[in-house]
Design a protein around this ligand. Structure first.
Ligand SMILES: [Zn+2]
Length: 474
């Protein structure tokens, strides 16, 4: 038996995986390296350089208010907190949906959901849209995307511009990993696999400019190493445990960048596609409504030098602003005609350099969710959330006369509908929401058919999906 085990490649494969996971566990304690201290005007010099790498870490399903880096009472994100302390943290960030595919289509293209048209289960990002990886690729960067969420798979148009775009091979998760639903068919592997693939990419391309996107999924899956189980055993606690485990993956990847002396020529961007509800509005999870618990996400930009002190931007910003900002900082021609704006003037102003904020102060943000996105045969049922100053209005396209309006100054959880107290504001926001919904898309979103395997991969994320009509036998 032992002999057979030792002869089996799986034994070595599993052993390697366990050792590597242990390595992530131990690297968590490594103190992050110090880097040159610069002030924010140093950002302007990055335009002159053509060898600045970009690492984009998308942590799926991450609520900003559950991160230590955003003031949460639990130390869920020690590494990201440290990175944010020498970088730029945006305190009020809105995602554009509470469902991965719609939200990511807007994040990447800089176009609001209705404008890029990726709203329902079969929709894909148009080939005609400009994606950030295409701009990096044209600028001579090596580009790689590593994802564990089937909603951003190549068939949905998300691979545009990537030299490599792949799911990491899932390793066997050691027994000391816990997950939320052991009885269902879970997503295979863990974010360790994504980190491992990302490290391999960094080692192979350390000598040339690269753009690396890593889409982490263990927070979505509530999966964590029991060494990260500091916070208890309720569902909500295990969400925090999974954030802590993901933070250790970030630590491990940052350590690899440091091993190759890349932290002084790499900009790291950390963001999320949506949050997660814990019964604030009667439901748990996401992809069902557009309240703050599912739309307020983090955005942290770590430049290739150490800002001391780090910068906090308090104005409201949105995920459509991410790539216009990055390309502005790097001096690359960005995407044409996005709905997003470069946040560089806000960053400079927050760092004491310049005060001109042309129209950037507390812009109104827009999110959209088709509540029947997973049921192809159902009529669309879009809702739109508009955040204007302290107010959030939720407009239901199928029930426009029943608006919801919340005032966060007196109602932090958005449970008291004050629409009746603000008729003029409601009328104005309703007109904006209706104009937004009526606008023609900039691109036609192609519809793709999913085979059984792809549907199974999406169901592994916990989504209920309607089966398409069975095809007639010829
Ligand atoms: Zn997601």
């Amino acid at each position: 038996m032992v002999r057979r085990l030792l002869d089996s490649p799986w034994f070595y494969y599993s052993l390697a995986a366990v050792l590597a996971v242990l390595a992530i566990a131990s690297q968590f304690e490594v103190k992050l390296p110090s880097r040159p201290v610069e002030d924010v005007s140093e950002l302007a010099t990055l335009r002159e350089q053509d060898d600045i790498n970009v690492v984009f870490l998308l942590i799926d399903t991450l609520r900003a208010d559950r991160m230590g880096a955003y003031g949460y009472s639990r130390k869920t994100t020690p590494t990201i907190s440290e990175l944010a302390s020498w970088g730029i943290r945006f305190d009020h960030v809105q995602a554009h949906s509470s469902w991965t595919k719609t939200s990511m289509a807007s994040l990447w293209t800089g176009l609001l959901p209705r404008h890029i048209g990726v709203l329902r289960y079969p929709h894909a990002v148009s080939d005609e849209a400009t994606m950030p990886a295409e701009i990096f690729q044209q600028a001579g960067y090596k580009t790689a995307g590593i994802f564990r969420n089937g909603w951003v798979a190549p068939n949905f148009g998300f691979a545009q511009g990537f030299d490599q775009y792949f799911r990491p091979k899932p390793s066997a998760t050691p027994d000391r990993f816990e997950r939320r639903s052991p009885s269902t068919h879970p997503l295979q592997g863990s974010d360790f696999d994504a980190t491992d693939s990302a490290q391999e990419f960094v080692r192979a391309h350390a000598h040339e400019p690269f753009f690396l996107y890593v889409h982490y999924m263990d927070v979505h899956q509530y999966l964590y190493d029991i060494e990260s189980a500091h916070f208890g055993t309720t569902l909500s606690d295990t969400y925090d445990n999974a954030i802590h485990w993901t933070d250790r993956n970030v630590s491990s990847l940052v350590a690899t960048l440091d091993d190759h002396d890349l932290l002084t020529k790499t900009m790291i961007v950390i963001a999320s596609d949506h949050g997660e509800a814990f019964y604030e509005h009667g439901i748990e999870g996401h992809a069902q409504n557009l309240y703050r618990e599912v739309t307020e996400t983090p955005l942290i930009v770590i430049p290739p030098f150490r800002l001391d002190p780090g910068i906090v931007v308090e104005h409201k910003v949105q995920n459509i602003d991410i790539w216009p900002t990055v390309f502005d900082i790097l001096g690359l021609d960005g995407m044409p005609d996005t709905d997003g704006r470069s946040l560089l003037p806000l960053i400079l102003a927050a760092g004491g350099q310049g005060a001109a904020l042309p129209g950037l102060e507390d812009r109104m943000s827009t999110a959209e969710l088709d509540q029947t996105w997973g049921r192809v045969s159902a009529e669309p049922k879009p809702i739109v959330a508009m955040v204007d100053g302290p107010f959030r209005m939720v407009h239901h396209a199928v029930a426009p006369d029943d608006p919801e309006l919340y005032d966060r100054r007196t109602d932090a959880t958005e449970n008291v509908n004050v629409a009746g107290d603000h008729p003029e504001l409601v009328a104005r926001l309703r007109a904006r929401a209706e104009a937004y919904l009526a606008a023609p898309p900039r691109f036609e979103a192609p519809e793709v058919e999913l085979d059984a395997m792809r549907r199974a991969q999406l169901r592994a994320l916990g989504y209920e999906l309607e089966e398409p009509e069975p095809e007639e036998e010829p």
